[in-house]
Write a protein that binds this ligand. Structure first.
Ligand SMILES: C[S@@+](CC[C@H](N)C(=O)[O-])C[C@H]1O[C@@H](n2cnc3c(N)ncnc32)[C@H](O)[C@@H]1O
Length: 255
């Protein structure tokens, strides 16, 4: 088995203590995966698949399906291949390292969760994804939304360059999906608990490393990254940023 590659000794950003790279509980993931698999897809593609955990769950639930996961991160693709091998799925899934737009091909089930940036803005992603879903197929689209419009102060504490128009409110996001030709089969949003699991899990491995390696030459850098990350969450997007999971259907034939 290939070893995990990390960017710094604490592994910050590698998601070592995360199951998914987003605010997604195992219970919701398994239910969504089962719903997608119930459509009996022959092909499943995930754009921005990360380490492939959600795609692999869909393939486990859909034994007749083949899958492709695409991501620009070499580290995540290596991890995804390891995951597939460990679960006996290597024969039914391929993972491609590269930009989503250069490896796009239509499928019965398409997944894009937290990776809309691979296609531009969120509305641009929905437009680009629509022809990539076969007639009668499904798109699982996971994307950030404004649960509440952030205050100026919250916005200033978020990731550098975050603007109000980066995310839509839920009703507007679903409206864009409908205008692009999808029908919303399920509309759901991440809970506070899912966000807390995600944000805490993102930092947990590095926090533990820091406690044990306070004198390491890179400790100051890791501490600064962790403090900045926590501020972005607790002073920035908490209470304002949500995350929607839309299960979107495509008609059997063009109207
Ligand atoms: C927030 S993560 C979500 C990963 C995965 N979908 C999940 O929920 O666990 C976003 C992923 O999109 C990938 N990504 C960003 N831009 C991309 C692009 N242009 N093409 C393919 N993947 C991209 C990143 O490398 C990252 O793995």
């Amino acid at each position: 088995m290939r070893s995990r590659r990390v960017t710094n000794p604490s592994g910050f950003g590698a998601g070592a203590r995360l199951t998914f790279h987003g605010p997604l509980s195992a219970a919701r993931a398994n239910r969504l995966a089962a719903d997608l698999a119930a459509s009996s897809p022959a092909s499943v593609v995930e754009y921005g698949c990360g380490w492939g955990e959600f795609l692999l769950r869909v393939l486990e639930a859909a034994p007749a399906a083949s899958g492709t996961g695409i991501d620009i991160s070499a580290r995540d693709i290596a991890h995804a291949r390891d995951n597939a091998e460990a679960r006996g799925l290597s024969g039914r899934v391929s993972f491609i390292e590269g930009p989503a737009t250069e490896h796009a091909s239509p499928a019965d089930v398409v997944i894009c969760s937290g990776a809309d940036q691979a296609f531009g803005t969120i509305p641009e992603a929905l437009k680009a994804l629509r022809p990539l879903v076969n007639p009668g197929g499904l798109l699982l689209f996971g994307a950030g939304i404004w649960d509440r419009t952030p205050t100026k102060e919250q916005l200033a504490h978020m990731w550098e360059g975050t603007t109000l128009d980066e995310f839509l409110h839920l009703a507007d996001l679903v409206e864009v999906a409908v205008v692009e030709g999808f029908r919303p089969l399920r509309i759901e949003t991440a809970t506070r608990g899912e966000w807390e699991e995600f944000e805490s899990g993102y930092a947990a491995g590095s926090e533990a490393w820091l406690l044990a390696n306070g004198n390491h030459p890179e400790a100051d850098e890791v501490r600064a990254k962790l403090d900045a990350h926590r501020s972005i969450w607790l002073r920035g997007h908490r209470d304002a940023l949500g995350f929607a999971y839309l299960t979107l259907g495509v008609p059997d034939c063009w109207p």
